[in-house]
Design a protein around this ligand. Structure first.
Ligand code: PLP
Length: 400
């Protein structure tokens, strides 16, 4: 017999993963080139060449005992110092190695932070739509995830008044994902300042800190020179989780970090507890080779221009077909309004060999998420299928 909690999680499954498997099945049936699988946020752009070169060189040149051994549970001190220096250069901060904990991706970092902060029954707030795994991460530590609708006049910027209404004395943290999965929206500095003001007010009212956990795996994926605000400068009690899964196309390698700024309430306690959490959650430490790798590739980026090209072609194709989409400023997701029920829409899309994820899977019905981290060619090939789907809903007329 498995635990009652895991029974629930097993039954819930993951709609996105299920769709991924459906995509593989359909590819076998119809041929890969005839299936338009937009379901998964798995980067299609290979890691920069420097990543490969660095892996080979690090493996060849580093003493194996040093390369493959255990180290501090926080990660190699020199790697953490390099990460801190890179952040300081980019954002004018004053971090050092004692503010940086190397993690097993963003997912590992979030679990470490939530284990560090949560007592059973503590609330974590999040703006919907949101990455549904957050619910599982919070439940891991018997916290309660409470979703707040983000939408301000269709912009999907977070609403400070909705935040004010949702905070209670049990609120431990607000989890923010910027740039956002699934909307592709970048929360602006003005939005963040407004949220910070509410959090400050509520901290003072309740007499305890409310942490802002900034989940930033898409930080480097911003288009048209749009700024992704650095939050520790805007709110004192900010903790940051970062990952190279998307910025260097390394999701399988599981490498990221957490920043605990010294200015946070209980910063030293949080950092020390997070290091222990990293160990006792079974991560022990972030992968050693990957730590050394990212330290050498801090200025490397994935080919954002290629995603940008996809973004433009897809947006143009979909809006031409009569669909309404949020024009994404960041990440690699298109958030599209569905003419009817989103689950029914995604089922009907499958009949055109299109796989998209219903908004219900992000706690926001009435939309679908289209992950455009796919080949440009697939986007172009998929557009007639999207047009046929639009015609089925009466959005456009197609003459034969
Ligand atoms: N947070 C968000 C919003 C994500 O979309 C993802 C992955 O898709 C993660 C966290 C997990 O990222 P990682 O692969 O670094 O664990």
């Amino acid at each position: 017999m498995i635990s009652a909690k895991m029974v629930k999680m097993t039954e819930g499954g993951s709609a996105i993963r299920a769709m991924f498997e459906e995509g593989a099945r359909m590819a076998a049936q119809f041929g890969r080139e005839n299936v338009y699988d937009f379901s998964l946020g798995n980067p299609n752009i290979p890691a920069p060449e420097r990543v490969r070169e660095s892996i080979l060189r690090i493996a060849a040149e580093t003493d194996p005992m040093e390369l493959h051994g255990y180290m501090s549970n926080a990660g190699y001190p020199e790697v953490r110092a390099k990460v801190a220096a890179s952040l300081n250069r980019r954002f004018g901060t004053d971090f050092d190695e004692n503010n940086i904990l190397m993690t097993v991706g963003a997912a590992g970092g979030l679990n470490v932070l939530l284990k560090t902060l949560l007592d059973p029954g503590d609330e974590v707030l999040v703006f919907a739509p949101y990455f549904l795994e957050y619910g599982n991460y919070v439940a891991n530590f018997d916290g309660v995830l409470k979703a707040i609708p983000a939408n301000i006049a269709g912009s999907f910027q977070p609403d400070p008044e909705a935040l004010r209404a949702a905070v209670t004395p049990k609120t431990k943290a607000l989890l923010l994902n910027n740039p956002n999965n699934p909307t592709g929206v970048i929360y602006t500095k003005a939005s963040i300042r407004a949220l910070a003001a509410v959090l400050e007010e509520k901290q003072a009212e309740y007499g305890h800190p409310i942490y802002l956990i900034s989940d930033e795996p898409y930080r480097e994926l911003a288009y048209d020179g749009k700024e992704v605000p650095w939050l520790t400068k805007l709110y004192r009690n900010t903790l940051v989780g970062y990952s190279w899964s998307k910025s260097l196309s390394l999701p399988g390698e599981r490498i990221g970090y957490v920043v605990v700024p010294s200015q946070c309430d209980d910063a030293k306690l949080i950092f020390d507890a997070a290091v222990i959490a990293n160990r006792i959650l079974g991560f022990v430490n972030a992968p050693s080779l990957q730590q050394k790798l990212v330290a050498e590739c801090l200025d490397e980026r994935t080919d954002v221009a290629a995603y940008d090209r996809n973004r433009k072609a897809l947006y143009e194709g979909l809006t031409d077909a009569g669909f309404t989409c949020v024009y994404p400023d960041g990440a690699f997701y298109m958030w599209m309004k569905t003419p009817g029920d989103d689950r029914e829409f995604s089922d009907r899309a499958k009949k055109h060999n299109i796989l998209v994820v219903p908004g219900t899977s992000f706690a926001c019905p009435g939309y679908v998420r289209i992950a455009y981290c796919v080949s440009h060619d697939m986007i172009l090939r998929s557009l007639p299928a999207f047009r046929a789907l639009a015609a089925e809903y009466g959005l456009i007329l197609i003459s034969n």
